[in-house]
Design a protein around this ligand. Structure first.
Ligand code: NAP
Length: 247
């Protein structure tokens, strides 16, 4: 089997590692947004395909047997492109995505439909904001007269809020480290996407311990397709494709 993994996540790297160890021919695809990405095992290609048509062409030209869309829950466009290209070429498609986070006792979460909604919620929740939603789309916060600690992997895209400090970091993070960071900066409210997973969950535990409100941005809708939440289930689905009995 020749497999294309649409990546850029820890799950995508874990899946590539598992499949390469099993002797599958794996090509992982990265968007090329991060300056020094963590590279998965196996073959890697970098950069966009040129929309759904470009991806469909790539699947045909490279004789791909199945596609696993393991991109981040908030990478909306590539998910739609994968569904369209898979349909057009008749290539089996699996979505691999970790589950979202769940509110725990002691949490004070405010759900937002998107970053713009998150920005509208902020002024009544606190004046010192810890913004952890990534480097893209921060323009919606630019007009707010609040202070922001902006943490992302690579420098954030302008325009940015007038009062801010940028912290370049990529995790994983510890609860003690997150608590100390929030205390040091006098953080009053945290903003996060509902990314899920253990790698960045420590900020939620720290916010709970400090009694801070959290604005959680809901995941966008993805196209209907076969989907799993774990690498092991993805491996099983691929095994079923190999035997010619699609899951
Ligand atoms: P996006 O808005 O869904 O995609 C924009 C365009 O980037 C796509 O149309 C595609 O270009 C290209 N692209 C995206 N992922 C690609 C991949 N894995 N391989 C090749 N091309 C890809 O994506 P995004 O939100 O900018 O995220 C970009 C990448 O970063 C994703 O791979 C995602 O897994 C990772 N990431 C995203 C977030 C987030 O919060 N959005 C967080 C962590 C990691 P063409 O149309 O030219 O093919």
């Amino acid at each position: 089997m020749k497999l294309l993994i649409l990546g850029g996540t820890g799950e995508a790297r874990d899946l590539a590692k598992e499949l390469v160890a099993r002797g599958e021919h794996v090509v992982s695809s990265l968007a090329g947004r991060v300056a020094r990405p963590k590279l998965p095992d196996g073959e890697v290609r970098v950069g966009g395909f040129g929309g759904p048509e470009g991806l469909a062409r790539w699947l045909t030209e490279n004789d791909v047997d199945a596609v696993i869309d393991a991109t981040h829950p908030f990478a909306e466009r590539i998910g739609a492109n994968a569904a369209e290209a898979a349909r057009a070429t008749g290539t089996p498609l699996l979505r691999l995505a970790r589950p979202g986070w769940t509110e725990q006792p002691g949490d004070s979460w405010h759900w937002a439909d998107d970053l713009g909604h998150a920005a509208r919620l902020l002024p009544v929740l606190g004046e010192r904001v810890f913004l952890t939603s990534g480097r893209q789309g921060l323009a919606v916060f630019a007009g707010l007269d609040l202070w922001f600690l902006i943490r992302c992997v690579d420098p954030p895209e302008a325009p940015l809020p007038r009062h801010h400090e940028v912290l370049l970091d990529r995790g994983p993070y510890t609860v003690d480290g997150e608590r100390a960071l929030m205390e040091r900066h006098g953080v009053e409210v945290l903003v996060t996407k509902d990314s899920g997973g253990a790698m960045t969950a420590a900020k939620l535990t720290a916010a709970r311990g400090l009694g801070l409100p959290v604005v959680v941005v809901r995941r966008p809708q993805r196209p209907e397709t076969a989907s799993v939440t774990t690498v092991q289930d993805a491996v099983r689905w691929i095994g079923a494709q190999e035997k010619g009995s699609p899951a």
